[in-house]
Design a protein around this ligand. Structure first.
Ligand SMILES: [Zn+2]
Length: 225
C-alpha cells in the first residue's frame, strides 16, 4: 500500500526508456529487457571478434553482451553506470548476461573474473569501478569468484581513440601490474570491462596476466562499439 503510494508521487522510471516501471519491474522495464540489442557472440563458433581486435594475444573466448549505438538505449544505460552512480544497472546486466551464458554452455568456461581496474585516483573520484559492478553481477549468476585485488592499474592513460596501433601499444605499456599471481595458477581467467572500443586496454590486461601460469584467458565486455 505504502510503496504504491510512493510510486504514485515519485514514479520509478526505466533507466533505458524513461517510462514508468511496473511494480514488479526493477531498473529496466520488461519491454526494454527483451528489446536490448544483443551481439549473441556467445552463440558463434568462430572467435571473430578476437581476430578483429586482438592480433597477437591468444584468447579462448571473446564476448560482448550488447551493441553500443549512439543515442540508443545501451548508451543511456552505460551513461547511468559510468557517470550517474547507478551501479545496480551494471550488476543487473551482469546477472542477465551470466544467466544467458550459463544456459548456452558457459557454466564451466571460467574460474575467475577479473574486472579491468581503474587507477586509484579515478576510483576515488568516481567512488566505484563500473567494471566491478558488471563483474559482481556475472559472478552471482555464473557462481564464480571475482577479484579486484590481482590486476592493478599503475598509471593513468589518455584516451585510446584517434591513436595508431603503435601509439596505443606504447600508451598502454606497463600500465598494469599483477599482485598475488599465485591466485592465477591453472585458472581459466575472464577479464571484464564495460565497453570494447579499440581493445588496447583489454589487450594490455591480457598480456599482463598471460605472463603467469594461467590455464587460458578470455575477455568479456558489457557493450561494444
Ligand atoms: Zn524501458
Amino acid at each position: 500500500m505504502f510503496s504504491a503510494f510512493i510510486d504514485l508521487i515519485f514514479p520509478r522510471i526505466c533507466t533505458a526508456c524513461l517510462e514508468p516501471l511496473q511494480r514488479n519491474e526493477e531498473i529496466i522495464c520488461t519491454d526494454c529487457r527483451f528489446d536490448l540489442p544483443k551481439t549473441n557472440l556467445h552463440l558463434e563458433t568462430e572467435n571473430t571478434l578476437a581476430h578483429k581486435f586482438f592480433g597477437e594475444v591468444q584468447l579462448k573466448h571473446t564476448l560482448s553482451y550488447l551493441k553500443f549505438v549512439k543515442g540508443g538505449k545501451v548508451q543511456r544505460l552505460m551513461h547511468e553506470l559510468k557517470y550517474k552512480g547507478n551501479q545496480e544497472v551494471g550488476e543487473m546486466l551482469g546477472r542477465w548476461y551470466g544467466a544467458e551464458l550459463r544456459e548456452s554452455g558457459f557454466a564451466d568456461a571460467f574460474d575467475l573474473i577479473i574486472p579491468v581496474p581503474l587507477h586509484q585516483k579515478r576510483l576515488l573520484l568516481r567512488g566505484y569501478n563500473q567494471s566491478d559492478c558488471f563483474a559482481k553481477g556475472l559472478s552471482e549468476s555464473l557462481n564464480i569468484e571475482w577479484r579486484n585485488d590481482i590486476l592493478i592499474r599503475e598509471t593513468e592513460t589518455s584516451s585510446q581513440v584517434n591513436k595508431s596501433r603503435l601509439e596505443r601499444y606504447q600508451n598502454m605499456d606497463k600500465v598494469f601490474t599483477v599482485k598475488n599471481p599465485e591466485l592465477l595458477r591453472n585458472k581459466k581467467i575472464v577479464v571484464v570491462d564495460d565497453t570494447l572500443t579499440t581493445g588496447a586496454t583489454l589487450e594490455s590486461c591480457v598480456l599482463s596476466l598471460q605472463a603467469f601460469e594461467i590455464k587460458d584467458i578470455s575477455i568479456l565486455t558489457l557493450a561494444m562499439a
